[in-house]
Ligand binder design. Structure first.
Ligand SMILES: O=C(O)CCC(=O)C(=O)O
Ligand SMILES: [Fe+2]
Length: 400
């Protein structure tokens, strides 16, 4: 490694050792780095044997390194084969692992029950001599932010993060190359992070281009200021992830980053995951949704629900104990559907109010006096509006 590369490398720090209780997983400094600089690079969060199992169970779903099939792989993803819930038990276990959920809840400052999974998919990247995918090739990516194809809007203000993005590595950078690069945010005045973050291909009237060189050439022509800004503020400041099996890059949908070329002939397996705050419905679930897998003959999804904890179910969107969804009727119905697979309804029963709070429309706000107040406010606004209209039409008619 030459001096420049050594300076550019970002090295992971260890997570807190697992203890007997469900204590914190990340150190305060790691949480601070994610919140302020946009990333936390962490080792040792998962047991090594889980990482090994996940790798071994995933690789059969991807072409071998150097194979003719691998030559044709020039974009992100597993073509649906490894979308959550996946055929790999270890990948599913990683996705809902209490230590991972614990880390995400620390980063967002939320209860576990307020997290929602929106993406979980391992995929393989291959080192090619040439970028045969043309402008859409993902080998040598343009610097980008991930939000455009995850959210319908734009990430909220920096200090109100909505989601945690995750890259989990299974290989060694020394063997594969292809270190992810990213631009740490250096405080609130960092020019790279003055919003809106739209100076990138695919946004605000610009065509989508993935390949770094093609993107730069296109921008030099279509938006020369943007091209120069990106060189100075993004590429010049990039750091690269020094990864090994089990390394995790926690990042944000508003962090500038990019994938870089692998060694020709190499294959790198990586697991992308995203969790959002439960309120942020504008952040889409990237896959077809877990309910679609409920009929699978493997019973993978039914088992994940039945055998999971209350928190893990919440992360998949299953209503938490005490939620207004739960009535005598739904408690009995969900019991009939899922108890045969082992789902324990006790926490949902225990939190049930006995019907005391149930209204004919149980999705109505639970504070009926608040609802009454809203109706009254609406009525008086309507009155005011019609009085204004009447006055306006009187004034108009006297002016005529
Ligand atoms: O391959 C990598 O290292 C990063 C990939 C990435 O950022 C993406 O596909 O959005
Ligand atoms: Fe990305």
């Amino acid at each position: 490694m030459n001096e420049r590369d050594a300076k550019k490398s970002a090295w992971p720090t260890d997570a807190i050792e697992p203890g007997p209780d469900n204590g914190p997983v990340l150190y305060e400094e790691q949480v601070r780095s994610w919140r302020e600089n946009g990333f936390a690079l962490v080792d040792g969060l998962f047991p090594a044997d889980l990482i090994g199992r996940a790798r071994a169970e995933s690789l059969p779903f991807f072409p071998a390194a150097g194979s003719p099939e691998s030559e044709a792989v020039t974009d992100y993803g597993s073509q649906g084969a490894m979308e959550f819930p996946t055929p790999s038990d270890a990948i599913n276990e990683i996705t809902l692992h209490p230590r991972l959920l614990g880390a995400v809840s620390q980063l967002l400052g939320l209860r576990l029950r307020d997290l929602r999974l929106t993406q979980s998919e391992p995929w393989a990247k291959y080192g090619h001599e040439n970028s045969s995918g043309g402008s859409l090739d993902n080998q040598d990516q343009r610097m980008h932010v991930d939000y455009p194809n995850h959210t319908l809007t734009h990430p909220a203000d920096w200090d109100m993060p909505e989601a945690v993005s995750i890259l989990l590595y299974f290989d060694r950078v020394e063997e594969c190359g292809g270190a992810t690069e990213f631009v740490p945010r250096e405080g609130p005045d960092d020019p790279a992070y003055q919003g809106p973050l739209v100076r990138t291909p695919g946004l605000a009237g610009l065509e989508f281009v993935n390949d770094r060189r093609e993107a730069a050439a296109y921008l030099r022509d279509a938006a020369p200021d943007t091209a120069q800004w990106r060189e100075e503020n993004l590429y010049a400041r990039a750091r690269s992830v020094h990864y090994r099996p089990g390394t995790i890059l926690f990042y944000r949908q508003d962090l500038w980053h990019r994938g870089t070329p692998l060694r020709p002939g190499a294959r790198r397996l990586i697991h992308n995951m995203t969790f959002r705050r439960k309120e942020c419905e504008w952040i889409s679930t990237v896959h077809q949704g877990w309910a679609w897998a409920m009929y699978r003959s493997s019973k993978v999804m039914v088992k994940l629900l039945a055998e999971g904890s209350v928190e893990q179910r919440c992360v998949l969107g299953f209503p938490e104990p005490g939620h207004s969804y739960w009535t005598r009727g739904t408690l009995d119905a969900v019991r009939a559907r899922l108890e045969p697979w082992g789902l324990d309804m006790a926490p949902y029963e225990a939190a049930w109010s006995g019907g005391a709070n149930e209204s004919p429309d149980h999705f109505a706000p639970s504070d009926p006096s608040g609802l009454d107040r809203l109706h009254q406010e609406n009525a008086s606004l309507r009155e005011e509006l019609s009085a204004l209209r009447a006055r306006l039409s009187r004034e108009r008619s006297t002016r005529r």
